[in-house]
Ligand binder design. Structure first.
Ligand code: SAM
Length: 617
C-alpha cells in the first residue's frame, strides 16, 4: 500500500518501521540508587561553626514530599537521560514545570574539559590538562540524531505539567529540524517562542557566511493553560523622551516588555524601585563563573529563563546539565530541581558548583547503578536464550576484552583472557568484584604458571585493596585492578577508541581522636597509578600526591548504603588550596563507627576507604 501522507511532518529514515508504524523506543523503569547525600555547603558549614552548632543539625527527610518541608531533596542524576527520564515517569509524569535542555548539536566533535592540577596558578598552561568531557553521542548522522532527540523530547513532554514548558536550546545546525520534531510532539498550537540568544564572541565567518552569532531556544507549552511570567526591561535614555520617567539617580528611562531577543546585560524591573541586571553575555575565558566545562551557558541566561518560565518551589529539570548552570539557577531562585548528565566531569563540576552556593538546599546524587548496565548488556549482547546466562556472558566478556586490548582464552574457569603476558579477569555487569573472585583469579593464574593478572571491574567489594594485593604478592603474582569506565556503554566513545581503563587508585587515612573525644580525619596518601595519562609538561609540575586530589569528603557514620557528606572540601578555580585535615567531628556517644572517606581525583574518578573507629566514652 502506498504511504499515505495526510499531515505535514518531518520524516527521516528510521522514524517509521517497514509497516509504517512510528518506531517507539523501549520504555524502561529502572530503580534509582542514591549514591551520595549532600546536606550542607562549605559556606553553611562555616556559618554553623561560627554559631557553634554541630554538623548534624541538618535537614533529614525520611520520606519524600513535593516540598522541602515534606522531605523533598533535589537530584543530580548520573546516567543516560533516555533511561533516566523514562525511569522518572513513574513518580514525575506531569509534575515538572520547566524542562530546559541544551543537547549536543550533532557536530560530530569531542568537547574537552580543562582540568587544573594541584595548586598551580589558575590558567598557567603547565598545570592544565584536557580530557574529553563529552562527545557528540549520536555521531552517526542526522537520522540517528533525530531519532534520539525525538525520544528525549517525547519523554520531556510526558514529564512536563499541564501548565509547564519545554525550552530547547539549539544552534543553527539543529534548530530547523528540532523545531519540527518538537512541534509534532507538543502540537503547533503550543509553540510559544523562538528565543534568540545573541552574542558577539567566537570566530568569524570565513567569507562564505556572515558570522553565526545566535542560538535559538525554542519554547513550547504543554497546553494552552500554561502562563509565563512576562518581564519588563528598563532602558536608560540620554534625555527625556515621550513617556519616559526619572529614577532616583536622575536617569531617564522607559520600561518595555522584554522581547524574545536576549543579548548583553539586561536590566529587569523587579519591583517599584528595584531592578536587577541579568548578564546573558557568553562565558569567556576570564569570566568568574567559568568552570572549565565546555559549552557552559551563562548563568544570567538561565536565571532569566527560570524566572520567566517557573515559580518558587516549582520543579525545574535539565537532562543535559553539563556544568550545572540550570541547577545553579534553579537552586538560587528557590525552585526544586532534577539535573542529569552522563559524564563524570559534568556530575563532578555540577556537584562542586552547588556546594559553592550559600545555603544550598540538601541534594542527592543518584544513578541507575547496575540496572543501567544490565539494561545495556541485555540490549547489546543478545538474549539469554537457554537461560544459563552464557550466551550473554561470553559476548559481554569478548567485548570488554577487545576494548581492553586483550583476547579471550578457553579452558579456564576463573580467567577470561590474556593481554600480553598477563591473564585477564572480567568482572560481572551486575555485582561488585569480590575479594573471593580475585583470590580465585590469582590462584588460577599461579596454577597456569602465569605471573600477572589484570582484574577489570565496574564496582568493587569494599576494603578489597589491601588483602588482595598482599595475597597476590605472597604468591608471586603481579595483580592490577582496573576500573571498567562508564563510557563503555557509549557507542560513540567505543567507536572512537576513547575507552580508558583507569587503575584503581589507593587511599590512606588516619583518624585521630583528641583528648576531648573529637575525631579528625587526615588524608595521608593517595596514589593514582594513572600518571601515564598526563602529558609530560603537566606531570613535571606535579609536586606531591595531594596534587592528584580534587575533592574529598567524610561520612562519619557510614551505614553501608548512601554516602552522607559530613565533612567535604575541594579545590575551586579561584582557590586551588586543599586541606588534608578535616574539621573535628563530635560523636554523640561512645561506640564503634564505620567511617567512609571518598576522594575524587583530577580525572573525576572516585576512590573510597572504609575505616572502623572505636570512639571512647
Ligand atoms: C552542550 S552541553 C550542556 C551545557 C550546559 N547547558 C551548561 O551550561 O554547562 C551537553 C551535555 O549533554 C550531555 N549529554 C550528552 N548526551 C547525553 C545523554 N544521552 N544523557 C545525558 N547527558 C548527555 C553531555 O555530557 C554534555 O554535558
Amino acid at each position: 500500500m502506498p504511504f499515505e501522507i495526510n499531515k505535514t511532518e518531518l520524516v527521516w529514515p528510521g522514524k517509521y518501521d517497514e509497516e509504517g508504524n512510528l518506531v517507539q523506543p523501549p520504555r524502561v523503569s529502572l530503580p534509582f540508587q542514591v549514591i551520595e547525600r549532600v546536606n550542607e555547603t562549605r559556606a553553611t558549614r562555616e556559618a554553623k561553626k561560627a554559631e557553634g552548632l554541630t554538623l548534624f543539625d541538618v535537614w533529614d527527610g525520611s520520606k519524600e514530599g513535593s516540598n522541602f518541608e515534606d522531605g523533598w531533596r533535589n537530584k543530580l542524576i548520573w546516567g543516560d537521560n533516555a533511561l533516566v527520564m523514562s525511569s522518572l515517569l513513574a513518580n514525575f509524569a506531569g509534575k515538572v514545570k520547566l524542562v530546559y535542555i541544551d543537547p549536543p548539536f550533532d557536530v560530530g566533535a569531542d568537547f574537552s574539559v580543562e582540568i587544573e592540577v594541584g595548586e598551580g596558578e589558575v590558567l598557567k598552561e603547565a598545570s592544565i590538562l584536557e580530557e574529553v568531557a563529552y562527545r557528540d553521542t549520536w555521531g552517526r548522522g542526522q537520522d540517528s540524531y533525530l531519532s534520539t532527540m525525538r525520544e528525549r523530547i517525547s519523554l520531556a513532554h510526558q514529564l512536563i505539567a499541564d501548565d509547564g514548558f519545554l525550552l530547547l536550546h539549539c544552534d543553527w545546525r539543529a534548530t530547523a529540524t528540532l523545531r519540527l520534531v518538537g512541534d509534532e510532539i507538543f502540537g503547533l498550537d503550543n509553540y510559544r517562542n523562538e528565543i534568540v540568544w545573541s552574542y558577539r564572541t567566537g570566530g568569524a565567518g570565513k567569507g562564505t557566511t556572515l558570522p553565526r552569532k545566535h542560538d535559538s531556544i525554542h519554547a513550547w507549552a504543554k497546553s494552552v493553560s500554561a502562563k509565563l511570567n512576562s518581564q519588563s526591561e528598563r532602558q536608560y535614555l540620554q534625555k527625556a523622551f515621550m513617556g519616559s520617567k526619572i529614577d532616583s539617580a536622575g536617569r531617564h528611562y522607559v520600561d518595555t516588555i522584554l522581547r524574545d531577543v536576549l543579548e548583553g546585560a539586561l536590566t529587569i524591573v523587579e519591583g517599584e524601585n528595584k531592578v536587577t541586571e541579568f548578564s546573558v553575555r557568553p562565558v569567556l575565558n576570564l569570566s568568574s563563573e567559568r568552570t572549565g566545562y565546555p559549552t557552559q551557558k551563562p548563568l544570567g541566561l538561565l536565571n532569566l529563563l527560570t524566572k520567566i518560565f517557573s515559580n518558587q518551589n516549582d520543579l525545574v529539570a535539565d537532562f543535559f546539565v553539563g556544568s550545572g548552570t540550570t541547577a545553579e539557577a534553579a537552586e538560587t531562585h528557590g525552585r526544586r530541581w532534577i539535573a542529569c548528565d552522563l559524564g563524570r566531569f559534568a556530575i563532578h563540576t555540577t556537584r562542586k558548583r552547588l556546594l559553592e552556593i550559600d545555603k544550598c538546599k540538601p541534594f542527592e546524587v543518584l544513578n541507575l547503578g547496575s540496572y543501567e548496565r544490565q539494561f545495556w548488556s541485555t540490549s547489546n549482547f543478545g538474549q539469554d536464550l537457554d537461560g544459563d546466562g552464557k550466551v550473554n556472558l561470553l559476548e559481554y566478556i569478548a567485548f570488554i576484552l577487545k576494548l581492553y586490548g586483550g583476547e579471550p582464552i578457553a579452558g579456564s574457569t576463573y580467567l577470561h583472557g590474556r593481554k600480553g603476558d598477563a591473564y585477564v579477569y572480567v568482572g560481572a555487569v551486575s555485582n561488585p568484584v569480590t575479594i573471593a573472585e580475585i583470590e580465585q583469579a590469582v590462584n588460577e593464574c599461579k596454577k597456569m604458571k602465569g605471573t600477572a593478572v589484570h582484574v577489570l571491574g565496574w564496582e568493587w567489594e569494599m576494603g578489597l585493596h589491601d588483602p588482595v594485593v598482599g595475597e597476590a604478592k605472597r604468591l608471586g603474582v603481579k595483580l592490577t585492578l582496573k576500573q571498567i569506565p562508564r563510557e563503555v556503554m557509549e557507542a560513540e566513545a567505543v567507536r572512537k577508541g576513547q575507552i580508558k581503563f583507569f587503575d584503581l587508585a589507593y587511599l590512606d587515612v588516619e583518624l585521630q581522636q583528641k583528648s576531648n573525644g573529637d575525631v579528625v580525619c587526615v588524608l595521608t596518601d593517595f596514589s593514582t597509578p594513572n600518571t601515564d595519562l598526563i602529558p609530560d609538561e603537566v606531570r613535571e609540575s606535579i609536586r606531591k600526591w595531594s596534587d592528584y586530589v580534587d575533592y574529598w569528603a567524610v561520612d562519619w557514620d557510614f551505614q553501608n548504603d548512601t554516602f552522607n557528606h559530613g565533612f567535604v572540601t575541594y579545590r575551586t578555580r579561584q582557590d586551588r588550596t586543599l586541606t588534608l585535615k578535616s574539621d573535628p567531628h563530635t560523636y554523640p556517644k561512645a561506640g564503634t563507627y564505620k567511617v567512609m572517606i571518598k576522594v575524587i581525583d583530577i580525572f573525576g574518578n572516585d576512590t573510597s576507604k572504609l575505616v572502623e573507629l572505636k570512639v571512647k566514652g
